[in-house]
Write a protein of this length. Sequence first.
Length: 336
Amino acid sequence: MKKSAMVLVCVLLLACWAQARPSDPDAAAGDTSAAAASDTSAAPADQQSPPPTAQPASQSPAQTGQPTILAPPELPKYPDVRMPGESGVWVGIGLSEPTNNPIFDKGRASGITTSSLITFQGKPKLGESAEIGFAMGLHNALVVSGFNTRSAGDFTSATALTLWSQTYDPGVLISTNYHLQELKLSFEYLTWPYPVESRHFRLKTLWQVQYLNISTGFDAPLLPITGPGGGPLEGSNGSPVSYQAAGSRWFVSPTLGLGVAEYFSKFVRLELNGSGFAIPQRWTIWDTDGSINLRFGHFELGGGARAFHFKTSTNGPFYLRGTLIVPQVSLRWYSK
């Protein structure tokens, strides 16, 4: 019995020792590596690890908490097409054949009882005009222009007339003449369209200053100016008799208006302009014109008509007024 008990005890001890021993040798090696790693992690603290590599900007994390502000897209750039005459300098001359003649009459301060109403006589001579223009900025222009015309003729008065300082009896042949001069400074500002792009139509506002002067003269060429002895005929005051009378009126006025142009092509242009200004009992002036213009290289030939009206102050002893219809042709030279 004692031997059997000893054998049983030995068998139990062998079984317990077999269970405690690892069955996988790789596991034992893994335990050894883990132990070595733990020893390596326990390196001295004075050994610093290398700094982390910086991430590219494209991979950096987006900031949160603030709105993202994006720049507005650029506005589209429109082409600036300048038609002939919208750049550089140009010079022009013109000829015209005015119709109608001005009228002379007494004003509020005349103090006379006889009539003074007459229409100047004769066919107006060819009128001359000239201009010079300067392109300013985008499609704007500064233009200086001038015009003058004159006429002379005679008529027989049916009633007594007082013209300036001279009185003429009925039935007297009276000669008349006048010389009209006009000067205009005009700033032509492009109002529509904007931006112009490649459009052919232009609408401009006209900011102008106009100067007008009209000189007149009267005479009675058939009345005697010599006495019976051939000497000069003297008046009651002893001075030689003269039937001449002369005077002039002028004013400077601002004028405002509109101008349109249609470019059918680079070689054909239609242009219309109109401006005016008035102060009651002081002066009135308005001016309109239209033309069709044909371009040949640096030159442009134009043809059209102009209507021009003026009236000087009616508060003085005498005033002048008139509306002239002026068919005209022009020739311009453009630097560009």
